[in-house]
Design a protein around this ligand. Structure first.
Ligand code: HEC
Length: 270
């Protein structure tokens, strides 16, 4: 006759209490002393690293552990691609797989939350006492699949290629030809600015770029508005109810007019 689970649990609990009485050590002073020594070691290590960092470097001159500070960030730079730290590459790549806006929420909040809930619930739905890996096929397969998919996503995220502004610049002649503004130097200059100022991080233009954060495809935007409108729009998107796009007034009036001419010339091509 199999004994019921409650009886087994009571027996186990009694044995555990017994063990504690025989071989256990009190929290005070043993465990506390342990923790105190360990914490002290960690604090000393941090202090030592801080001292090495501080005394070995001098301003922007790096020492063993890097400089005190670096050059101020340049918000106008175009040859920098923002990327997460490597341990977020898998999430970063999930974002590239899912399309804005319908499924991005599922990817960034939904899937991680479901995984966390499954993990938190594990002690409640897997109550068998069996712990040998060979006797837990479901758990093992799930674990292997999780590790595998994270590894693949991390790898894909690490090797994902993103076009730099300078690479997108090579597309300008084909844009000019397709949209027919090749002999309008102002529009061409605007197209070059467009390629270099990160517009394609949000917008799509003739199949290039990423439609993220709800930004519209701009390939045919010139059908609805003109240069004068675009200049006002780019100088202050917030005034048009667009709080996602930052102001581009720092580019200066001439550049804004070039961008405007380029956008006006963008009527979708043949
Ligand atoms: C951070 C993301 C982001 C970047 C970068 C960005 N935009 Fe936008 N842009 C948007 C979003 C989102 C909208 C739509 C806002 C709305 O629908 O109200 C938009 C709207 C526009 C519109 C209006 C389209 C229309 O049909 O009225 C134009 C024009 C435009 N962007 C041009 C640009 C240009 C040019 C650049 C680069 C200099 C740029 N954007 C950079 C997010 C961005």
């Amino acid at each position: 006759m199999a004994r019921d689970l409650g009886e087994l649990n009571r027996e186990e609990y009694a044995r555990y209490k017994d063990d504690v009485k025989k071989d256990g050590k009190g929290f005070f002073p043993f465990a506390m002393w342990h923790d105190t020594v360990m914490s002290f070691v960690v604090v000393c290590l941090i202090a030592a690293l801080a001292a090495i960092w501080y005394f070995d470097a001098d301003g922007v001159e790096p020492g063993l552990l890097g400089p005190w500070y670096t050059e101020p960030a340049d918000p106008g730079t175009t040859d920098f691609i923002p990327r997460p730290d490597w341990y977020f590459y898998f999430l970063f790549y999930l974002l590239r797989i899912f399309e804005w806006p319908e499924t991005v929420f599922i990817a960034t909040v939904g899937i991680p939350t479901i995984c966390l809930i499954l993990l938190l619930g594990l002690p409640f739905y897997d109550r068998r006492r069996e712990r040998r890996p060979t006797h837990r096929p479901v758990a093992m397969v799930a674990a292997v699949l999780t590790i595998l998919s994270m590894a693949v996503l991390t790898w894909k995220g690490a090797t994902a290629k993103e076009a730099l502004g300078s690479e997108l610049l090579l597309l300008v002649p084909s844009w000019a030809q397709e949209q027919g503004f090749a002999d309008d130097p102002q529009a061409v200059a605007g197209a070059e600015l467009f390629a270099q100022t990160g517009c394609l991080n949000c917008h799509i233009y003739l199949g290039q770029g990423s439609g993220s954060l709800g930004a519209p495809d701009l390939s045919e935007v010139g059908q609805t508005n003109d240069t004068e409108y675009f200049v006002r729009y780019l100088a202050n998107p917030a005034a048009f109810g667009n709080n996602v796009m930052g102001s581009y007034s720092y580019l200066g009036q001439d550049n804004l007019e070039a961008l405007g001419a380029f956008l006006e010339a963008s009527k979708g091509g043949e």
